[in-house]
Design a protein around this ligand. Structure first.
Ligand SMILES: NC(=O)NCCC(=O)O
Length: 419
């Protein structure tokens, strides 16, 4: 890591200039994350204040870090992944015990080039994930979520149909692999995969499989909203989900999954909240040029608006494909999507959030969360009680009709010429 790598010397006047381009290794000017850049460059009292404003406070204090066992640290250094742990508290209540769960998010790059045999690619990803999942297990993680389509490169940009071979039934190879780990670590695992629905004519879906802590399959959720933006033309591969907005009641709390592009849809977040989710996971695959300014905002806003926790995950690295593809935007053909910027993080209903994981390295982010915070924030802010859902139900009902007319009151003076 070289913090000066984005500095260039202007040879004519000898001045040091900073490049506005991201670092080629995906780091933030040589730092793992924006948080690390600020921490390393600001005086402690300034950093503390920046931290308060950027990350918010939890129970009136800066978010606490948590310790992780030595065995997890050893796995992180042996297998070179970022490992960070935090703790969201709730106020003590008189009539309810705290409901503390430990939640983990994994972000990773692919393990071998996209030119390798598909079986080798898949096996290599399994091999890469195993020690990270074990690190979560030995750290006592109760619920763990993996990234979107974790078993494969994010090949949807190519629109080549051969990548469909990575699709698996809900009880396929990747689920079986994770079922063993779920049993071993008594952990709920959310496994987002490209699903092949054998019973419905081999239809493909973008699906999160929810594996219970006994290794059982609790259920699945299929991605509701499909991107058609930039290279993310994923509609070539799978269909809009047909599973609604299920909330899965697990041994450790009520959870839901809002897959990637669904995070741009506030009603999607709302629906999981209305069904009672306490933690919503957002396994994603998105690149810097497209969405990085949106990343720290949307999920955090959803956590605030819906009084639940959110775990946001983005994959890492630049994936280069064998055949160049175009985006239909007149720009030259290219063989990669851009840089998947990692930066996975947690948001809490009280507006606090964790720093994000590395922008360019694999990582495991762990946080304790007292689920009592969800109701405490509902009581404090009353967003549910003040929501006026009937207003919106009525508007949506009218909007869906072909003869809908927008409610616009025009200024009668609009077309009058001024004197
Ligand atoms: N996988 C996916 O839905 N990506 C869309 C890009 C984005 O939403 O940032």
């Amino acid at each position: 890591m070289d913090p000066n790598q984005n500095l260039t010397i202007d040879t004519e006047n000898g001045q040091v200039e900073e490049s506005t381009k991201p670092c080629s290794d995906g780091s933030v000017c040589g730092y793992d994350s924006l948080h690390q850049l600020l921490s390393a460059n600001l005086k402690p009292h300034l950093f503390q204040e920046v931290n308060r404003i950027l990350l918010g406070l939890n129970c009136a204090k800066a978010l606490e870090t948590n310790s992780v066992p030595e065995s997890a640290k050893a796995l992180s250094s042996e297998h070179d992944f970022d490992l960070q742990a935090f703790c969201f508290h709730a106020d003590k209540e008189l009539l309810r015990e705290p409901r503390i769960v430990r939640v983990g998010l994994i972000q990773n790059s692919i393990a071998v080039p996209t030119t390798a045999h598909f079986l080798d690619q898949k096996r290599a990803i399994f091999g890469k994930l195993k020690p990270i999942i074990d690190a979560a297990g030995v750290s006592g993680v109760n619920i763990l979520c993996l990234q979107e389509a974790w078993t494969m490169p994010f090949a949807f940009c190519t629109r080549e149909k051969r990548w469909c071979e990575f699709a698996e039934p809900v009880d396929g190879e990747s689920t079986q692999f994770l079922q063993d780990l779920a049993r071993k670590h008594n952990m709920v695992i959310i496994s987002p995969i490209l699903e092949r629905d054998v019973n419905h004519g081999e239809t493909l879906w973008n699906t999160a499989v929810i594996i219970g802590n006994h290794g059982n399959i609790i259920g699945k959720h299929r991605k509701n909203h499909i991107p058609r933006v930039g290279d993310f033309n994923e509609s070539t591969y799978y269909m809009e989900g047909n599973t609604g907005h299920p909330v899965f009641e697990t041994a450790y709390g009520k959870i839901a999954v809002n897959i990637c592009y669904g995070r741009h849809h506030p009603l999607n977040w709302l629906a999981f909240g209305l069904n009672g989710a306490e933690i919503v996971f957002n396994p994603s695959a998105t690149v810097g040029e497209l969405s990085e300014p949106m990343w720290p905002i949307e999920a955090r806003n959803a956590a605030i608006a819906n009084s639940y926790f959110v775990g946001s995950i983005n994959r890492v690295g630049t994936e280069v494909f064998p055949n160049p593809f175009t985006s239909g935007d007149g720009k030259p053909q290219h063989a990669d999507f851009g840089h998947f910027y990692g930066s996975s993080y947690f948001s809490a209903p009280d507006a606090a959030c964790t720093p994000s994981l590395s922008r360019h390295r694999d990582g495991l982010l762990i946080s304790d969360m007292d689920l009592n915070l969800c109701r405490q924030i509902k009581d404090k802010w009353g967003f549910r009680m003040t929501a006026r859902y009937e207003l919106y139900a009525d508007l949506l009902d009218r909007y869906l009709k072909p003869d809908f007319e927008p409610q616009v009151i025009a200024d009668p003076m609009l077309h009058k010429k001024s004197a």
